[in-house]
Design a protein around this ligand. Structure first.
Ligand code: ZN
Length: 265
C-alpha cells in the first residue's frame, strides 16, 4: 500500500539559527530531517499521534543534529532506529552511512536518493527524488550556506550538480533566511524580473509551521544568485569585482560579496 507522504516544516532554534526540521510522515510513521533540537519534534509527533521511524542528517553541524540523542531516547520504539547520514559525518549515532548514489526507502512508498554536496561542510549530502529535494545548508531560499569546512571548488560543483535536477522539484532547506537573501539578491541582480516578482510575492511568517515546500528548484534557478553565478549579467559583474572566468572563482567572489553584505546588514 502506497501511503501518501505529508511534509511539514517545524521551526527550531528560532531565537538563534532559525532552522526548519522537516517531518515526512504518512499519518502513522514519521521521519525527521536534521533535528537540531528534539522538543519541537517530540511535541509534533505526540500531537499528531505519529511514530518516529527514522532520522535523516544532511551534515554534521549542531543545529542539525543536536536533537538526535533525545529523540532516540524518548521516541524510538524499535531498538535500532535508522539514522541516515553521510559516511563522512563524524557522528556515532549514524547507523546507515551513505554516499552519492545510495538510496533509502521510507516506509514502503518514498525513495530518496543521495547526492554528495560538499562546500558548506566537507561531509554534506542532499536527499532527493523526482518530486523533492532536501538540501540542508547547501542552498537556501534565494541564498546558500557559508563555507565552513568544504572548499569553494566543491561548493560550486555541488550547486551546479543541483542545477541539473528538474525545475518542478519541491525545495526544502535547513533555515529561514529568505528576507535577507532576497535583499542581497536584488543588489547583485537588480534587472532580474523573476526576482522582483519573487520579492513582491514573498511573505514569511517564521516561526509558523510550514505545510508546503519553501520554493521550487525552478524558482531558485530563476532567482537565487548562487544558482546563477556563471550567467550574465551577474557573471560580468563578478568578473568586474575580480573573479576569474571559472565556476569556483565566480562562486567565491559572490560568496565573499554576500559575507560583506552580512557583516553590514
Ligand atoms: Zn550547517
Amino acid at each position: 500500500m502506497a501511503l501518501f507522504m505529508n511534509i511539514v516544516g517545524l521551526p527550531a532554534l528560532v531565537d538563534t539559527y532559525e532552522n526548519y526540521i522537516w517531518v515526512i510522515h504518512n499519518n502513522q510513521q514519521a521521519w525527521v530531517v536534521d533535528p537540531g533540537e528534539a522538543r519541537p519534534v517530540i511535541d509534533y509527533l505526540q500531537q499528531n499521534d505519529l511514530q518516529l521511524a527514522g532520522i535523516l542528517i544532511t551534515h554534521k553541524h549542531g543545529d542539525h543534529v543536536n536533537g538526535i540523542n533525545q529523540l532516540v531516547t524518548q521516541c524510538a520504539t524499535v531498538g535500532d532506529l535508522p539514522i541516515y547520514g553521510s559516511a563522512l559525518t563524524p557522528l556515532a549515532a549514524i547507523n546507515h552511512p551513505l554516499q552519492e548514489g545510495d538510496a533509502i526507502t521510507l516506509g514502503d512508498s518514498l525513495t530518496l536518493k543521495v547526492l554528495y554536496t560538499p562546500g558548506h561542510t566537507e561531509d554534506h549530502i542532499a536527499f532527493y527524488n523526482e518530486k523533492m529535494l532536501f538540501c540542508g545548508d547547501t542552498l537556501f531560499t534565494a541564498g546558500c550556506g557559508r563555507i565552513l569546512g568544504g572548499s569553494i571548488e566543491q561548493f560550486s560543483d555541488s550547486v551546479l550538480k543541483l542545477r541539473e535536477l528538474p525545475d518542478d522539484i519541491a525545495f526544502y532547506c535547513g533555515h529561514e533566511y529568505t528576507q535577507t537573501n532576497l535583499a542581497f539578491s536584488q543588489i547583485v541582480e537588480p534587472e532580474n524580473q523573476a526576482l522582483l516578482e519573487r520579492i513582491q510575492n514573498t511573505h514569511i511568517d517564521y516561526p509558523q509551521i510550514l505545510t508546503a515546500a519553501q520554493s521550487t528548484l525552478g524558482e531558485e534557478k530563476a532567482t537565487n544568485p548562487f544558482m546563477r553565478f556563471d550567467l550574465n549579467p551577474l557573471k560580468k559583474r563578478l568578473i568586474e569585482r575580480g573573479a576569474a572566468n571559472n565556476p569556483a572563482s565566480l562562486f567565491a567572489t559572490l560568496r565573499a560579496w554576500k559575507d560583506d553584505f552580512d557583516r553590514t546588514h
